[in-house]
Design a protein around this ligand. Structure first.
Ligand SMILES: [Fe+2]
Ligand SMILES: [Fe+2]
Length: 342
């Protein structure tokens, strides 16, 4: 399509081009024109997602110093570190929409932006690390795999790598629980107790029911979302039941049974009053999570200031001085040691 270059194109032409791109299931990129509401919806969703990754480091980070073995500690450290990385890719994606990380973090701390309500529940035992990996990262995978094809380019591309790492997170959780199920009666009881606590909050991770989710329809029209909350929740239940059977645990729901006609598992309605109470800030750990994030943000202010000052000085230096010669360039000790050994 050729448009005459006679100045700023008409808004209706731009809107038609935008709709056309979405219709072709092609991607909207940061420099493309987009409706202001599309941009705002994405900033809200990507920010909420980024905050969830960062706040989500806390419940499990709580157990790093108390891991039962060096192997478990290494796995948990790697997992929590992955979540930090996910947060950073997502804040970068939000930056391409014009929202800075500082601005988003300040909104999170002020309670103006949300994160997944699951992270407002406490981790009471090391077993919870396994349950979170299996159920919470499992629910995240159901939510996030379709987002790899979301209509905004930087968000979709960030999700591809995130999903690969989430799949490792789920496996390490399931493997931890499987190891415990092969252990003592006490360990098996601990797995069941942990699963009982996390099952319902995991189902709530998909958000409110479709008829109570005002943004879903528009987000689907824009190709931001490709499945509704209820569709994804059903998919998660169908996927988790056989895994629970293989593990030897049950879910705390008497209404959970296979429905031959629907070809899906039926399940009871989550307690949506509890969900809304937690979303509104009244969960068991809301204050603790946000206060911890605020403390880390405040205590890190000097690092951000120093990094900025260093970057400014380096930029000023680069224009004043000649580039460093090879003699002054830092040497890589690993390379030197390797060469010395030859
Ligand atoms: Fe993650
Ligand atoms: Fe994860």
């Amino acid at each position: 399509m050729t448009t005459e270059v006679t100045g700023t194109p008409d808004e209706t032409v731009l809107e038609a081009q935008f709709a056309d791109t979405i219709g072709r299931k092609d991607r909207i990129e940061p420099r493309d024109w987009m409706p202001e509401k599309y941009r705002k919806t994405l900033v809200r969703q990507v920010a909420q997602h980024a905050h969830s990754e960062i706040i989500g480091m806390q419940p499990e980070g709580n157990w790093i110093s108390r891991a039962p073995s060096l192997r478990r500690k290494a796995i948990l450290l790697a997992k929590v570190q992955d979540e930090a990385g996910h947060g950073l890719y997502l804040y970068s994606a939000a930056e391409t929409l014009g929202a800075t990380r500082d601005e988003l973090t300040e909104k999170l701390i002020a309670g103006k932006q949300k994160y997944s309500s699951i992270f407002n529940y406490p981790t009471l035992s090391y077993t919870d690390v396994g349950t979170i990996g299996w159920l919470v990262d499992g629910a995240a995978i159901c939510n996030q795999v379709p987002l790899c094809r979301t209509s905004f380019g930087p968000y979709g591309r960030a999700m591809i790598r995130i999903c690969k790492e989430e799949s490792f997170h789920q496996r390490q959780g399931y493997e931890l629980l499987m190891t415990m199920m092969r252990g003592t009666d006490e360990q098996r009881a601990s797995v069941q107790e942990s699963v009982n606590r996390f099952w319902w909050p995991s189902l709530m991770m998909f958000g409110p029911p479709d008829d109570d989710s005002p943004n879903t329809e528009q987000s689907m029209e824009w190709g931001i979302k490709t499945h509704t909350n209820d569709e994804l929740r059903q998919k998660f239940v169908d996927m988790s039941v056989p895994q629970a059977e293989a593990l030897g645990v049950t879910f705390p729901d008497d209404g959970l049974k296979w429905n031959e006609e629907r070809g899906h598992y039926d399940f009871s309605t989550p307690d949506w009053d509890e969900f809304w109470a937690v979303v509104k800030g009244n969960g068991p750990c809301n204050d603790q999570r946000v206060n911890h994030r605020k403390r880390a943000w405040d205590e890190g202010a000097w690092v951000r200031e120093a990094a900025l000052a260093f970057a400014e000085n380096s930029a000023a230096g680069a224009t004043d001085d000649a580039a460093p010669t090879d003699d002054t360039a830092p040497t890589n000790p690993a390379t030197t040691a390797e060469e010395a050994a030859k």
